[in-house]
Each structure stands twice: as C-alpha cells, then as structure tokens.
Design a protein around this ligand. Structure first.
Ligand code: SME
Length: 158
C-alpha cells in the first residue's frame, strides 16, 4: 500500500466509522466498532488495536475498554507507560521503539512500536486513548498519526 493509498484508506475508514456509530449513545459500542474496523483494515501491521477509557470513579486512571488483539493489562495510571503519557499530556505519542520508552508497559512482549491518540468528549475533556501496537519496529508514521487523530477527533461528536 502506498502512502497516498494509506491516507485515502484512513479517509474511507473515518467516513465508515462515523456512519456506523452515528446516533449511538453507548460509548463501548462506538469504541468497539472503531477498534474492529481499524484492526481489520490494517491487519497484520496493527497487532493490538483498542481503547483505554478514563475511569469515571478514578479520574487519573485508565481502564481497558473494547479492543482487538491479545490480552491487554486492565489498568494504567495517568503518567505511566505510553498510554499514561498520552492521558497525562493530552498529546499523541508516536513511539518507534517501545523498549526505549521509559516505563513502557509490556502487556505483550511481541510489541515493538506503538501509537497512542487521545479521544475527547465534545467539551474537550479526555474520554479515552486509542492504543495501537505493532510487532514491527517503527511501524507508524505521520500518515497514521494524522489519520488516527482525524478519526479520534470526530468519534464522539455525532
Ligand atoms: N503499551 C501500553 C500498554 C497497553 S498494552 O500494550 C495493550 C503502554 O505502555 O501504555
């Protein structure tokens, strides 16, 4: 797949995901749909594709949500590992080598690179993070970042 084709694929996926979840009020249904469609589209590069949701009872803790992949750890405090860094800073984390990332949480030792993108409620507060892991080193680039951010930015809007 060329870079242009990959960017177009993200555009198609965004339209498809938003169409499927339109009007849906149950958050896990939106997240499960997104996880499924992204994982299917970019298999096998996407080895683990899913969400860690902000726990409403512990606002500085993430708890695992819908995902596609091998067993994920259940809880991640803000500030810990790549997901925790994304939750703490509110910024996408693009990590070419997870073994060089301080505090990386190895839920599956086969993971070598990852990208984590924030998902916000319409009022701007953090709802969840989208975590995508790959067994390939340096599997993600700015096309993935832009495509995934566009999806996450609109995911809770309609
Ligand atoms: N890689 C993550 C932990 C979650 S699992 O890989 C599914 C991290 O360090 O934040």
């Amino acid at each position: 797949m060329t870079d242009t084709e990959r960017a177009q694929r993200y555009e198609q996926l965004k339209a498809e995901i938003f169409a499927v979840v339109e009007g849906e009020t149950y958050l896990p249904a939106r997240l499960a749909t997104t996880s499924c469609l992204l994982a299917e589209a970019f298999r096998p590069r996407f080895f683990w594709t899913g969400f860690y949701v902000v726990d409403p009872e512990k606002p500085k803790e993430l708890v695992v949500g819908p995902y596609t992949g091998t067993l994920g750890c259940l809880r991640i405090p803000f500030g810990r590992g790549v997901c925790g860094a994304c939750a703490e800073t509110g910024e996408t984390q693009l990590v070419p080598d997870v073994h060089a990332f301080p505090g990386h949480i190895a839920c599956d030792s086969r993971t070598n690179s990852e990208i984590v993108v924030p998902v916000r409620w319409p009022d701007g507060t953090l709802a969840a993070v989208l975590d995508i892991d790959s067994t390939e080193a340096d599997a993600f680039d700015d096309i993935d970042k832009a495509g995934l951010e566009a999806i996450c930015n609109g995911l809770l809007a309609n």
